[in-house]
Design a protein around this ligand. Structure first.
Ligand code: NAD
Length: 246
């Protein structure tokens, strides 16, 4: 038996690759042998990302995605990592917040999938992994109105693509992560005023007793991207320290 989770010879596009989960996914895909196009609006943040080609890209912009596709040609793996958290209930969510949540969290994935899927179909196969969240159709999380609604849309989008293209060698799965220790999560904790108290609150809702690590999510993404996951598509893969099981 060869190496497990081997992506040698595969071309992979990873969005939100400058930090957090997307960064860990890009690193895991590089380590697995893939040719990785690491894409982020913050190109400078990828200067120290070894083994990947850094591409400055706004995932909300179709013209950026189309230029990327012209550059990469057909790819084998697409990891959609971009996501934005709006804090608050529906009453705190102005039209522009709602639009921004859907533009960044859903439209971005619609656009990357619509751009890269034809090349995958032509090749006879490909895998798509979309970052959702347990705050979605999995569970309701207080003050995550626009985020939860948009991440539920990511799950619907994932299932639909999976169902429509299962006969063409395409797999499309979603990852529903719980609370993962990333730079943006730490920023949100700081924004709450008392960082330590905010951290304690986040840890308290994890039955495992700690936050998740980006590397743990990346391991799941690598599995889903690899041949070892050939029998799973259209699924929501929950990785949340037991949160949604509590
Ligand atoms: P993060 O906020 O730490 O990093 C996001 C990256 O995306 C940054 O490098 C940023 O520059 C980039 N980015 C932002 N807007 C962009 C755009 N328009 N185009 C391209 N790049 C853009 O992210 P994270 O916490 O690692 O989360 C990654 C994904 O996982 C998101 O979809 C998020 O919703 C999801 N998620 C995160 C958690 C968590 O607890 N951290 C939990 C569940 C799901």
């Amino acid at each position: 038996m060869g190496r497990l989770f081997d992506l040698t010879g595969k071309k992979a596009v990873v969005t939100a690759a400058a930090q957090g989960i997307g960064r860990a996914v890009a690193e895991a895909f590089v380590a697995a042998g893939a040719r990785v196009y690491a894409c982020d609006i913050n190109k400078a943040g990828m200067a120290d990302l070894k083994g990947a080609e850094a591409v400055g890209l706004d995932a909300a912009r179709l013209d950026h995605i189309e230029s990327l596709a012209d550059h990469t040609g057909p790819i084998d793996v697409l990891f959609n990592g971009v996501g934005w958290v709006h804090h608050g209930t529906i009453l705190d969510c102005a039209e522009e917040d709602w639009r921004r949540a859907f533009t960044l969290n859903v439209d971005s994935m619609y656009r990357t999938i619509r751009t890269f899927l034809p090349g995958m179909v032509e090749k006879g196969g490909g895998t798509i992994v979309n970052m959702a969240s347990v705050a979605s159709s999995v569970i309701a999380v207080p003050n995550r109105f626009a985020y939860g609604a948009s991440k539920a849309a990511v799950i619907g989008l994932t299932k639909s693509v999976a169902a429509d293209f299962v006969g063409k060698g395409i797999r499309c799965n979603a990852i529903a992560a719980g609370t993962i220790d990333t730079p943006s999560l730490r920023d949100r904790m700081r924004a709450q005023g008392d960082f330590d108290q905010a951290m304690a609150g986040f840890v308290a809702r994890q039955p495992v007793g700690r936050l998740g690590r980006s590397s743990e999510v990346a391991a799941l993404a690598l599995y889903l991207a690899s041949e070892e996951a050939a029998f799973t598509t259209g699924q929501v893969h929950v990785i949340d320290g037991g949160w949604s099981n509590a």
